[in-house]
Design a protein around this ligand. Structure first.
Ligand code: FE2
Length: 402
């Protein structure tokens, strides 16, 4: 099989930057306090959600910080799909408590909330003024020292240069980002992942695979994002079923946490593709859980997309562990699509309908997805009616084509 180098990646001017120091290992959380002190913070705002906090997951985090002499102000009010209102509350909290650093503990919602609070406390106005959209302001200042501690293996937000925030007025999830918003440090400790229930392991893990698949096949792919995306897919294919079946399997938890981080790196500072355009635009309107929504869409999205980059989808099949030696490129690409359908079924991901998405609203969701900035990078050209077809596949209203 050839190397499938994209012509696009030889043209133009590309950049890849990782402003985040990546530290990891079983039990690595014990080093957090010293690391945060070295970043120059003396009182941090600990950003987390009530579930994580009440389960005691933040305890070793607080202990490590206090042992190093770093004061902690706990903000445990993070909601799923964090809205601008929450960011405002967080920024007020940060200022009132005299904080000089941020520690985020949780999934994408907590890490994105911390990033957005970082934007508000280091800029004039609100995070809405810094939406990654035409007519809005670019970020000008580095956010205060931020350490991200992921407790799921999925979002990759611990290393990405994005925060996704919900504007409830517009019913719209917007991005803000760039190197200035990235965490200064992440500590990835698989011990913090063992309490994740199987359905969360499944949906966040498939979200990580989705990041890698979408970034490996998107129009902005470049060699360095290809490298991390492929290994992210290999790790996930090796470990996701083990982590799902045995939450205490630390090797599987470690492999999945690395997969999610590598997939986050494959995002670089670019966008992803149709599954993220669809889930993000939908998530602004219906309060679906991001990973679960993406997971339910991945089979249909890959079924639509493989024709846009057959060689790349064939390479994904190899990363999944499929023996492609006797397959043509097209057969291997389709095998990758089927692998995703099977994985979603094996890991018992609920369908969109089971997640409460109204199957009669396909037209509305499709128009919203078409307007999402992530549509541009998709490997196969998209129209509103193409999105309608993908949605209908999600609802089993049209037949499978492969
Ligand atoms: Fe995602």
């Amino acid at each position: 099989m050839s190397m499938h180098m994209k012509v696009e990646s030889m043209l133009g001017y590309h950049t890849f930057e990782v402003p985040t120091a990546i530290k990891h290992g079983i039990g690595a959380i014990q080093y957090l306090g010293e690391e945060v002190k070295n970043l120059g913070a003396s009182k941090v705002m600990l950003v987390t959600d009530p579930g994580i906090y009440n389960a005691g997951v933040t305890k070793p985090v607080e202990e490590s910080l206090k042992a190093a002499g770093v004061d902690v102000a706990v903000f445990n009010r993070v909601e799923p799909n964090p809205p601008t209102r929450l960011i405002g509350e967080g920024s007020t909290f940060y200022k009132e408590n005299g904080c000089d650093g941020l520690v985020a503990v949780g999934g994408g919602s907590s890490m994105d909330t911390a990033k957005a609070v970082g934007v508000e406390v280091s800029h004039e106005g609100t995070v809405l003024d810094y939406e990654a959209a035409e007519g809005k302001k670019p970020l000008e200042n580095r956010i205060p020292p931020l350490a991200t501690i992921p407790t799921t293996a999925g979002t990759g937000s611990e290393v990405t240069q994005w925060a996704v925030i919900t504007d409830e007025k517009r019913e719209y999830k917007f991005n803000t980002g760039g190197p200035l918003i990235a965490a200064h440090l992440t500590i990835i400790d698989p011990k913090l992942h063992v309490s994740m229930p199987p359905h969360v392991t499944a949906m966040t893990g498939i979200d990580a695979i989705a990041h890698a698949v979408e970034c490996y096949t998107m129009k902005y792919a470049q060699p360095v994002t290809d490298a991390v995306a492929l290994l992210a897919i290999e790790y996930a294919a090796t470990y996701i079923r083990r982590a799902f079946a045995d939450g205490e399997d630390l090797e599987a938890r470690y492999g999945m946490s690395q997969s999610a981080m590598l997939a986050g790196l494959s995002y670089g500072s670019e966008s992803a593709g149709a599954a993220h355009a669809m889930s993000q635009s939908l998530g602004g309107i219906v309060p679906v859980a991001h990973g679960q929504c993406v997971a339910a869409m991945m089979g249909p999205v890959m079924e639509f997309n493989w024709k846009g980059a057959p060689g790349r989808f064939a390479r994904i099949a190899q990363a999944f562990g499929i023996n492609t030696a006797d397959l043509s490129t097209e057969e291997a690409a389709k095998a990758a699509v089927d692998y995703m359908y099977n994985l979603v079924e094996e890991l018992e991901v609920p369908t969109l309908e089971e997640q409460g998405v109204d199957p009669t609203q396909v037209e509305r969701w499709s128009k919203a997805a078409m307007d999402d900035p992530q549509t541009i990078g998709n490997p196969r050209d998209l129209t509103v009616s193409d999105y309608e077809w993908i949605y209908k596949r999600c609802f089993n209203q049209v037949e499978k084509t492969i």
